[in-house]
Design a protein. Structure first.
Length: 317
């Protein structure tokens, strides 16, 4: 009898734990999965000996803070879009060094803190995985049209959630000659589950209910509206640089995109060991968007070859 009561009590406790987890996942966790805190921009391209201009970019009723970093003899213009919870000086991406690389390749760059990030205005302090952020990319393109019109090729660059953001911008009518994606967010459900593991150490499956609840409550991109589904239909040259061990934006989705869209060139980032100095401070985020900090020569060569191919194909460039 005592053993039976113990088993019954254990089952009730387990049932209570499961029920509590489900309730937390449905009602408490979703706002936390999409919340973000802006980190101020406290460096400039001058730290990399780059000439630059502070700019403001009107987007809807917002004024986004950004930089124009002109090349001395530009062959292309690039709109650089950072990821979630980041800003235009992301240490994970190595943005400032990336700007210098692009500048040395004769590529002019416009970059900005998208809404709810960096020094740009906070609207609701949430991440919408590109669904609400894409107008900021269109606004950057309009800023280029007004201030630096040219016949040079225009390239969109998106890292992590920035990848989803530029994909949404293209699907909403933005014109560009090419796109570069770095470890892009292609499947919102999977990435939210993986971020749960990165932040807590719990298995990603435990965050399935919370991620699905967030997608339903906030109308986040999913299934036929996912960044992956939209990117499969894009008809322009796309360079997809993917770390195969990325713990957040996982490689199977990049492989699926490359296998489905013939305009995609898939470039696998050379393997990065977790004990390399370039990953110091990243902890469980690991190799996510670490191509330039960890493999700068490979990144430079890969980006240069792709952009040169775009320049050679675009008339009047």
């Amino acid at each position: 009898m005592a053993l039976t009561r113990m088993i019954r009590t254990t089952l009730w406790v387990l049932l209570g734990v499961v029920l509590a987890w489900v309730l937390l996942s449905v009602f408490w966790a979703p706002p936390h999965l999409i919340s973000t805190t802006p980190y101020p921009v406290d460096q400039t391209p001058a730290t990399r000996s780059l000439d630059y201009q502070d700019i403001t970019i009107p987007s809807d009723d917002l004024l986004l803070e950004g930089w124009w970093i002109p090349a001395s003899q530009p062959i292309a213009d690039l709109i650089f879009v950072h990821g979630a919870g980041s800003n235009r000086i992301s240490q994970y991406i190595g943005s400032l060094d990336f700007y210098r690389t692009l500048n040395e390749l004769n590529i002019s760059v416009v970059t900005m803190d998208i809404r709810n990030h960096g020094n740009s205005p906070v609207t609701d302090g949430t991440l919408r995985m590109g669904l609400a952020e894409w107008p900021d990319v269109v606004a950057a393109a309009q800023w280029l049209d007004r201030n630096h019109p040219s016949d040079r090729p225009r390239i969109l660059f998106g890292a992590s959630m920035g990848g989803s953001t530029v994909i949404h911008a293209m699907r909403n009518g933005l014109a560009a000659d090419a796109m570069i994606l770095l470890d892009p967010l292609l499947d919102v459900l999977d990435t939210m589950m993986e971020v749960g593991q990165v932040e807590t150490g719990f298995p990603p499956l435990l965050f399935s209910i919370a991620a699905r609840a967030a997608i339903h409550r906030y109308g986040l991109p999913h299934r036929e509206t996912s960044p992956l589904a939209m990117a499969k239909t894009l008809d322009l040259p796309i360079l997809l640089m993917q770390d195969w061990e990325d713990p957040v934006t996982r490689s199977p989705f990049a492989a699926e995109l490359a296998n489905t869209n013939p305009r995609v060139t898939l470039a696998r980032v050379p393997a990065i060991s977790m004990d390399e100095a370039c990953l110091d401070g990243k902890e469980e985020w690991g190799t996510h968007v670490a191509a330039h900090p960890c493999r700068p020569d490979w990144t430079r060569k890969t980006v240069s070859a792709f952009i040169q191919s775009v320049v050679n194909q675009v008339p009047n460039s």
